[in-house]
Design a protein. Structure first.
Length: 341
């Protein structure tokens, strides 16, 4: 009986595999040639982008292509490999085990290629490229965004995408190059640059203090209307005051309550200005230095601790090199924010 198995192929007649050509787009991103090998690289790269952003729409926006193009390339990759790579429902998109393994195994290679191309790209006479930045809403609106204007005028071939959110984003997964964060200490897995110091202040309007009295000790705050940052559980403020030489600092912990809780310091600041109560907020969101400021610092001898970070950092996922556009933006922000608030 004749075998129906395919006869062995003579590999000597096959054409040598052409390595994928990696090109640099005008914005500093990666693209690929249209050869079969390069198409595979592109498809795997796009799968990683889908995994990072959680949807075809978001991935398409990140890649600068249509949603249909992403869907087409994903389908082509699944046909090429022969196994499903994503599970789609009407609301969610998740990687299968095969898709997750493919992304996990290839992500370091793509990151290395991107870093290498960026390093070579930085040899250009004029710095250029796209820098995606995330920052907290109040800090970003009041202090980061205004300083970007002069930076962009100085470096017209650099583009910046600024996303303001108080949500702590995963920088590598969401494609951010840099984050400006108000934290106690930067994570060990990131490169960090300290931009300036900051502190939390207890403030109230002069009108409120005349009406309700000026607290002389943290314990007295339990009897006041306190405007607190929105976090799970009861609002508890902690304070510290330096003791005599060689003595341990005094510490006080007080549960507070009041008419308003909000997840942004700008709302708390405006409520304090309106005389609604005493607010605890970071100094970058307050104006307490001027003679005509409506806010007064309460309990100036006590330092609020454990609620907000004590420094502003610029951080990025760890890598052996930093793109020139990112480095220039960090240096600009360090110089602009060095005086503090």
């Amino acid at each position: 009986m004749m075998s129906t198995a395919n006869p062995p192929r003579d590999d000597s007649d096959e054409k040598p595999t052409v390595p994928p050509q990696v090109l640099l787009t005008p914005s500093g991103g990666l693209t690929h040639s249209d050869s079969s090998g390069s198409a595979l690289w592109q498809q795997v790269h796009w799968l990683g982008t889908i995994a990072a952003h959680g949807s075809l729409t978001a991935a398409a926006q990140r890649l600068g292509v249509s949603k249909a193009a992403v869907s087409h390339q994903l389908a082509a990759l699944e046909r090429r490999i022969g196994v499903p790579l994503v599970r789609r429902t009407t609301r969610t998109l998740r990687l299968t085990e095969a898709g997750k393994r493919l992304v996990d195994d290839t992500a370091p290679s793509f990151a290395h290629i991107a870093h290498s191309v960026a390093a070579v790209h930085d040899l250009a006479a004029k710095p250029r490229g796209l820098v995606r930045v995330t920052a907290p809403v109040a800090l970003g609106r009041q202090h980061v965004a205004p300083h970007l204007l002069r930076f962009l005028r100085k470096f017209p071939e650099i583009q910046v995408e600024l996303e303001l959110s108080d949500r702590l984003t995963n920088l590598p997964q969401e494609g951010f190059d840099l984050a400006v964060r108000h934290i106690a200490a930067p994570p060990d897995s990131h490169v960090a640059w300290k931009l300036c110091d900051t502190r939390a202040l207890l403030v109230a309007s002069a009108a409120y203090l005349r009406r309700r009295g000026v607290p002389q000790h943290p314990a007295a705050l339990a009897q006041h209307d306190c405007l607190t940052y929105l976090r799970p559980g009861a609002a508890v403020w902690m304070f510290e005051r330096a003791g005599e030489q060689g003595a341990e600092p005094q510490r006080e912990r007080v549960a507070v309550q009041g008419p308003l809780r909000a997840n942004t310091s700008e709302v708390l600041r405006e409520a304090a200005r309106a005389g609604l109560g005493i607010a605890l907020a970071p100094d970058f969101s307050l104006d307490v230095g001027g003679r005509h400021s409506p806010l007064r610092v309460v309990l100036p001898d006590w330092r609020a601790v454990g609620f907000f970070g004590e420094a502003i950092y610029a951080i990025r996922p760890w890598s052996s090199t930093t793109p020139r556009a990112v480095q220039l933006l960090v240096e600009h922000l360090r110089a602009a924010l060095a005086p503090g608030f």
